[in-house]
Design a protein around this ligand. Structure first.
Ligand SMILES: N[C@@H](CCC(=O)N[C@@H](CS)C(=O)NCC(=O)O)C(=O)O
Length: 207
Protein backbone atom coordinates (compact mmCIF):
# COMPACT_ATOMS: atom_id res chain seq x y z
CA UNK A 1 0.00 0.00 0.00
CA UNK A 2 1.26 3.48 -0.87
CA UNK A 3 1.53 5.84 2.10
CA UNK A 4 1.30 9.61 1.60
CA UNK A 5 2.27 12.10 4.31
CA UNK A 6 0.80 15.54 3.86
CA UNK A 7 -0.58 18.76 5.29
CA UNK A 8 -3.74 20.57 4.11
CA UNK A 9 -3.40 23.15 1.30
CA UNK A 10 0.30 22.42 0.86
CA UNK A 11 2.29 20.85 -1.98
CA UNK A 12 1.19 17.43 -0.75
CA UNK A 13 -2.13 18.18 -2.48
CA UNK A 14 -0.33 17.71 -5.81
CA UNK A 15 0.40 14.11 -4.86
CA UNK A 16 -3.09 13.49 -3.49
CA UNK A 17 -4.47 14.72 -6.80
CA UNK A 18 -1.97 12.57 -8.75
CA UNK A 19 -2.98 9.48 -6.74
CA UNK A 20 -6.65 10.16 -7.41
CA UNK A 21 -6.00 10.67 -11.14
CA UNK A 22 -4.07 7.36 -11.16
CA UNK A 23 -6.85 5.46 -9.38
CA UNK A 24 -4.36 3.91 -6.94
CA UNK A 25 -5.06 2.76 -3.39
CA UNK A 26 -3.20 4.70 -0.74
CA UNK A 27 -3.26 5.67 2.90
CA UNK A 28 -3.10 9.36 3.78
CA UNK A 29 -1.26 10.45 6.94
CA UNK A 30 -1.78 14.07 7.99
CA UNK A 31 1.39 15.66 9.39
CA UNK A 32 0.47 18.76 11.39
CA UNK A 33 3.34 21.05 10.48
CA UNK A 34 2.05 23.79 12.79
CA UNK A 35 2.20 21.43 15.75
CA UNK A 36 5.78 20.41 14.85
CA UNK A 37 4.86 16.93 13.64
CA UNK A 38 7.30 17.33 10.74
CA UNK A 39 10.14 17.64 13.25
CA UNK A 40 9.54 14.54 15.36
CA UNK A 41 12.39 12.01 15.43
CA UNK A 42 10.08 9.44 13.87
CA UNK A 43 9.13 11.63 10.91
CA UNK A 44 12.68 12.94 10.40
CA UNK A 45 13.84 9.34 10.08
CA UNK A 46 11.45 8.97 7.12
CA UNK A 47 12.12 12.41 5.64
CA UNK A 48 15.21 14.25 6.94
CA UNK A 49 13.92 17.58 5.54
CA UNK A 50 10.87 17.40 7.84
CA UNK A 51 8.69 18.50 4.91
CA UNK A 52 5.66 17.21 3.05
CA UNK A 53 4.84 15.60 0.72
CA UNK A 54 6.48 12.27 1.40
CA UNK A 55 5.47 9.09 -0.39
CA UNK A 56 6.42 5.71 1.04
CA UNK A 57 6.25 2.78 -1.36
CA UNK A 58 7.73 -0.28 0.33
CA UNK A 59 11.41 0.44 0.93
CA UNK A 60 11.29 3.73 -0.97
CA UNK A 61 10.62 6.97 0.91
CA UNK A 62 10.43 9.72 -1.70
CA UNK A 63 10.16 13.48 -1.23
CA UNK A 64 9.72 16.35 -3.76
CA UNK A 65 6.22 16.72 -5.17
CA UNK A 66 7.22 16.65 -8.85
CA UNK A 67 9.51 13.65 -8.40
CA UNK A 68 6.71 11.76 -6.66
CA UNK A 69 4.16 12.57 -9.39
CA UNK A 70 6.61 11.47 -12.09
CA UNK A 71 7.46 8.29 -10.18
CA UNK A 72 3.77 7.35 -9.95
CA UNK A 73 3.27 7.94 -13.68
CA UNK A 74 6.41 5.99 -14.63
CA UNK A 75 5.43 3.10 -12.39
CA UNK A 76 1.91 3.02 -13.81
CA UNK A 77 2.37 3.87 -17.50
CA UNK A 78 -1.16 2.67 -18.24
CA UNK A 79 -2.40 5.85 -16.51
CA UNK A 80 -1.00 7.93 -19.42
CA UNK A 81 -0.20 10.67 -16.90
CA UNK A 82 3.54 10.82 -17.63
CA UNK A 83 5.02 10.33 -21.13
CA UNK A 84 7.44 7.45 -21.63
CA UNK A 85 11.13 8.22 -20.91
CA UNK A 86 13.28 8.92 -23.96
CA UNK A 87 10.48 10.44 -26.04
CA UNK A 88 10.13 14.05 -27.21
CA UNK A 89 6.92 14.27 -25.18
CA UNK A 90 8.78 13.23 -22.05
CA UNK A 91 11.43 15.85 -22.69
CA UNK A 92 8.68 18.47 -23.00
CA UNK A 93 7.00 17.11 -19.86
CA UNK A 94 10.25 17.43 -17.89
CA UNK A 95 10.78 20.92 -19.27
CA UNK A 96 7.42 22.11 -17.92
CA UNK A 97 7.82 20.36 -14.56
CA UNK A 98 11.19 22.04 -13.98
CA UNK A 99 9.83 25.33 -15.24
CA UNK A 100 6.91 25.27 -12.81
CA UNK A 101 9.15 24.50 -9.83
CA UNK A 102 12.01 26.85 -10.58
CA UNK A 103 10.38 29.77 -12.41
CA UNK A 104 6.66 29.88 -11.66
CA UNK A 105 6.56 28.66 -8.07
CA UNK A 106 9.80 30.22 -6.89
CA UNK A 107 8.64 33.88 -6.68
CA UNK A 108 5.39 32.86 -4.98
CA UNK A 109 7.18 30.80 -2.39
CA UNK A 110 9.71 33.57 -1.81
CA UNK A 111 6.80 35.95 -1.19
CA UNK A 112 5.16 33.43 1.15
CA UNK A 113 8.33 33.07 3.19
CA UNK A 114 8.83 36.82 3.53
CA UNK A 115 5.14 37.43 4.30
CA UNK A 116 4.12 34.59 6.64
CA UNK A 117 6.89 32.15 7.42
CA UNK A 118 10.18 33.85 8.32
CA UNK A 119 10.59 35.42 11.74
CA UNK A 120 10.03 39.19 11.58
CA UNK A 121 13.75 40.03 11.74
CA UNK A 122 14.40 37.95 8.59
CA UNK A 123 11.56 39.42 6.49
CA UNK A 124 12.65 41.75 3.66
CA UNK A 125 9.64 43.73 2.33
CA UNK A 126 11.53 44.73 -0.86
CA UNK A 127 11.69 41.06 -1.88
CA UNK A 128 7.89 40.82 -1.70
CA UNK A 129 7.52 43.97 -3.80
CA UNK A 130 9.20 42.53 -6.90
CA UNK A 131 7.26 39.24 -6.76
CA UNK A 132 4.31 40.29 -9.00
CA UNK A 133 6.78 41.40 -11.70
CA UNK A 134 8.85 38.21 -11.46
CA UNK A 135 5.79 35.95 -11.32
CA UNK A 136 4.19 37.87 -14.21
CA UNK A 137 7.18 37.13 -16.43
CA UNK A 138 6.98 33.40 -15.68
CA UNK A 139 3.18 33.34 -16.09
CA UNK A 140 3.56 34.97 -19.52
CA UNK A 141 5.88 32.12 -20.59
CA UNK A 142 3.35 29.57 -19.35
CA UNK A 143 0.62 31.40 -21.25
CA UNK A 144 2.65 31.23 -24.47
CA UNK A 145 3.29 27.52 -23.91
CA UNK A 146 -0.45 26.94 -23.60
CA UNK A 147 -1.45 29.06 -26.60
CA UNK A 148 -3.80 27.01 -28.77
CA UNK A 149 -3.52 23.97 -26.50
CA UNK A 150 -5.73 22.35 -23.86
CA UNK A 151 -2.83 20.82 -21.92
CA UNK A 152 0.83 21.62 -21.41
CA UNK A 153 2.14 18.45 -23.05
CA UNK A 154 0.74 16.60 -26.06
CA UNK A 155 -3.00 16.15 -26.42
CA UNK A 156 -3.92 14.94 -22.96
CA UNK A 157 -3.72 15.76 -19.27
CA UNK A 158 -0.41 14.95 -17.54
CA UNK A 159 1.10 15.42 -14.10
CA UNK A 160 2.67 18.65 -15.46
CA UNK A 161 -0.87 20.10 -15.54
CA UNK A 162 -1.27 19.22 -11.86
CA UNK A 163 1.90 21.12 -10.96
CA UNK A 164 0.99 24.13 -13.10
CA UNK A 165 -2.65 24.40 -12.02
CA UNK A 166 -1.79 23.90 -8.34
CA UNK A 167 0.78 26.70 -8.57
CA UNK A 168 -1.76 28.99 -10.27
CA UNK A 169 -4.11 28.23 -7.37
CA UNK A 170 -1.40 29.36 -4.98
CA UNK A 171 -0.96 32.59 -6.92
CA UNK A 172 -4.67 33.27 -6.53
CA UNK A 173 -4.58 32.43 -2.81
CA UNK A 174 -1.51 34.67 -2.32
CA UNK A 175 -3.25 37.45 -4.32
CA UNK A 176 -0.48 37.68 -6.91
CA UNK A 177 -2.32 38.39 -10.17
CA UNK A 178 -0.94 37.59 -13.63
CA UNK A 179 -3.77 39.17 -15.64
CA UNK A 180 -3.78 36.45 -18.32
CA UNK A 181 -7.35 35.39 -19.09
CA UNK A 182 -6.30 32.20 -20.90
CA UNK A 183 -4.41 31.04 -17.80
CA UNK A 184 -7.49 31.62 -15.63
CA UNK A 185 -9.54 29.51 -18.06
CA UNK A 186 -6.89 26.76 -18.07
CA UNK A 187 -6.67 26.74 -14.25
CA UNK A 188 -10.44 26.52 -13.87
CA UNK A 189 -10.78 23.76 -16.47
CA UNK A 190 -7.97 21.65 -14.98
CA UNK A 191 -9.25 22.09 -11.41
CA UNK A 192 -12.78 21.08 -12.47
CA UNK A 193 -11.56 17.48 -12.89
CA UNK A 194 -13.29 14.90 -10.70
CA UNK A 195 -9.95 13.71 -9.27
CA UNK A 196 -9.26 17.23 -7.96
CA UNK A 197 -12.53 17.19 -5.98
CA UNK A 198 -11.87 13.67 -4.68
CA UNK A 199 -8.41 14.74 -3.48
CA UNK A 200 -9.91 17.77 -1.72
CA UNK A 201 -12.48 15.55 0.00
CA UNK A 202 -9.78 13.12 1.12
CA UNK A 203 -7.68 15.96 2.49
CA UNK A 204 -10.62 17.56 4.29
CA UNK A 205 -11.74 14.24 5.77
CA UNK A 206 -8.32 13.75 7.35
CA UNK A 207 -8.23 17.15 9.09
N1 LIG B 1 10.31 21.28 -3.21
C1 LIG B 1 9.50 20.57 -2.26
C2 LIG B 1 9.04 21.56 -1.21
C3 LIG B 1 8.36 20.89 -0.03
C4 LIG B 1 7.94 21.92 1.02
O1 LIG B 1 8.59 22.96 1.22
N2 LIG B 1 6.84 21.61 1.70
C5 LIG B 1 6.32 22.51 2.71
C6 LIG B 1 4.80 22.50 2.66
S1 LIG B 1 4.21 23.12 1.13
C7 LIG B 1 6.75 22.00 4.08
O2 LIG B 1 6.64 20.82 4.34
N3 LIG B 1 7.20 22.89 4.96
C8 LIG B 1 7.56 22.53 6.29
C9 LIG B 1 8.93 22.99 6.65
O3 LIG B 1 9.57 23.74 5.88
O4 LIG B 1 9.39 22.60 7.74
C10 LIG B 1 8.33 19.89 -2.97
O5 LIG B 1 7.92 20.35 -4.05
O6 LIG B 1 7.85 18.86 -2.47
Amino acid sequence: MLELYGYPRSRSFRVLWALEESGLDYRYHPVDLLKGEGQTAEYLKLNPSGKVPLLVDGELALSESAAICTYLGDKHPESGLVPRPGTAERARYDQWCYFVLTELEQPLWTAGRHRFIYPDEKKVPAVVEIVPWEFGKAAAVLGKGLAGRDYLVGESFTMADILAAHTLNWARAFKVPHGIRALDDYQERICARAAFSRAREREDAAK
